[in-house]
Write a protein that binds this ligand. Structure first.
Ligand code: MN
Length: 289
């Protein structure tokens, strides 16, 4: 099992230079740095290759995450928007391949966050989404890229909110390079049991986001980490685990994640690093024994 973190713990904006974070997370004890697909899709090829080289130098695996904006909604009933989303995702798949990364996760099957001022037409949108994900998976397969579909809570998307719905969706997509992504932050709202959700997902699990209910670093809240570790062990999960802590308000990250207060206990930059390094050791112990 590989343990990583999302870069945005340290950042107020999604669009940033990921380069310095590669050696930083390696130094803090991680195996993976997860970067934002939004920043990667528009990065010139030479910059992408620079990230790839640095990751290889530091022994870091890179993963990519994105919640597609409404203008790139691949589940849209408006064919023009759907096509724009497909084209954008294909560009992101190309950049991910060039980066040497193997997976793109998040809301790559619809858009994020869902706009609930409009009526929800779940059945029709689900069919469009499945068709789009199939098309993207077929494009991504020869490039060695897997799509991991993030299962998020009801306030952020409606197509699937728990592991059971996510597994059914992935079964209906029926492509070997499409998997389920679970996230303990969302599971905390939607699942009866962390253990049962993970075990029932089983071999469909392709990526796992971890975080506390208030998005502090894992180990500082009330998520049952030992129970999750036991479930991952019981399904022989050997994939990627990435923490997604968000503890400081401000900027586009703070606004999108709804961080309206300081959850870092007024931490200095040094303390922020220490907190996440300690969390990395905590997760390794809980998940890998
Ligand atoms: Mn997540």
């Amino acid at each position: 099992m590989k343990i990583g973190t999302y870069f945005a713990y340290w950042e107020k904006e999604w669009d940033t230079d990921f380069f310095p974070y590669i050696s930083k997370v390696a130094k803090l004890g991680f195996d993976i740095l997860e970067i934002a697909g939004g920043g990667l899709a528009d990065l010139p090829d030479d910059q992408v290759l620079r990230l790839k080289e640095e990751a290889s130098r530091c022994g870091i695996t890179l993963t990519v995450c994105i919640g597609l904006p409404a203008k790139y909604d691949v589940s849209s009933e408006n064919e023009e928007i759907r096509q724009a989303g497909i084209a954008y995702m294909k560009r992101l798949i190309d950049k991910t391949h060039l980066l040497g990364a193997r997976q793109i996760g998040g809301i790559v099957y619809a858009y994020w966050p869902a706009d609930y001022s409009k009526p929800v037409n779940k059945a029709a949108v689900r069919e469009i989404s499945i068709r789009s994900v199939q098309e993207l998976a077929d494009y991504a397969l020869p490039k060695d890229v897997t799509l991991t579909l993030e299962t998020v809570n009801r306030f952020e998307q409606f197509l699937f909110n728990d592991a059971a719905e996510a597994v059914q969706f992935v079964k209906d997509v029926n492509r070997e390079n499409v998997k389920v992504m679970l996230d303990s932050f969302h599971m905390n709202i939607e699942e009866d049991s962390f253990y049962d959700a993970i075990v029932s997902t089983g071999s469909y699990l392709g990526h796992f986001h971890i975080g506390e209910p208030n998005r502090k670093v894992p180990g500082k809240g009330r998520i049952p980490w030992d129970e999750i570790g036991r479930a991952l062990h019981d399904i022989h999960y050997d994939g990627t685990v990435v923490m997604e802590p968000f503890v400081r308000p401000g900027g586009g990250v703070g606004a999108d994640i709804k961080v309206w207060r300081d959850l870092s206990d007024d931490a200095s930059d040094e303390q922020l690093d220490e907190d996440i390094a300690e969390s990395c050791r905590f997760v390794r112990k809980a998940f890998c024994g």
